[in-house]
Design a protein around this ligand. Structure first.
Ligand SMILES: N[C@@H](CCC(=O)N[C@@H](CS)C(=O)NCC(=O)O)C(=O)O
Length: 207
């Protein structure tokens, strides 16, 4: 299998950290997501990464679908997404929240990168408020625990770690001083080898 994606994309990094953590076998092919080539567009007409090319040549896209598929290729003991019941909804709910943090940070960045006359402070403020509100809510819910769900690493931890580092990368600001529990959790999670190995080029982790 081959994972196609950009090394700076947080959506791709979700999958790369997952692969490092589970040991699922898949080679990585780096592309520029903003200049997708014809092969990529033929497989994934939305032109967004990550794209997973399966061994039969068929493609899956959208990070959660790619992650669900990869998880199903593993024996149950190595999976990071519970198969059923409350633990599954809990992990997927955390995934939605962390993925939403990534979406908000991307939306803000895209607005900032528009020509000055087209930028909207209102759009940016809306995304910044969304991020602040979500971080406040997460601060109340991490409660000093090592893992977000169950008593082990799950997809929830992987995606929240990626989201927090993406905020540091693209929206650097002091979110830590008012959220000390989350700051500690983030420091622990992002020091894992899976995170260190997949750091986006040009990003120096916040201490
Ligand atoms: N919902 C998608 C989002 C993927 C996405 O937006 N990827 C960005 C890279 S950060 C992309 O490929 N952008 C290229 C474009 O929008 O043309 C997922 O979770 O995979």
């Amino acid at each position: 299998m081959q994972l196609i994606g950009s090394p700076t994309s947080p959506y791709v990094r979700k999958v790369r950290v997952y692969l490092e953590e589970t040991g699922a076998r898949c080679e990585f092919a780096a592309v520029d997501a903003w200049q997708p080539d014809a092969r990529l567009l033929a497989m994934a007409p939305l032109g967004k990464v990550p794209v997973l090319v399966r061994d039969d040549g068929s493609a899956l896209f959208d990070s959660l679908l790619v992650l669900e598929y990869l998880d199903h290729t593993l024996p149950e003991a190595r999976r990071l997404i519970p198969a059923a019941g409350e633990p599954r909804w809990d992990v997927l709910r955390w995934h939605s929240l962390a993925h939403g943090l990534i979406d908000a940070t991307v939306m803000r960045l895209l607005d900032i990168r528009r020509p000055e006359a087209l930028r909207s402070r209102e759009v940016q403020a809306r995304e910044e408020a969304r991020i602040a509100r979500s971080l406040d809510s997460i601060e109340k819910n991490v409660a000093g625990q090592e893992w977000l769900c169950l008593d082990r690493l799950t997809l929830a931890d992987v995606v929240l770690g990626v989201a927090l580092q993406y905020i540091d990368f693209r929206y650097p600001h002091d979110w830590r001083s008012t959220r000390p529990t989350l700051a500690k959790w983030a420091a622990r999670m992002t020091s894992r080898p899976s995170f260190v190995k997949t750091l986006p080029p040009g990003f120096t982790p916040t201490a």
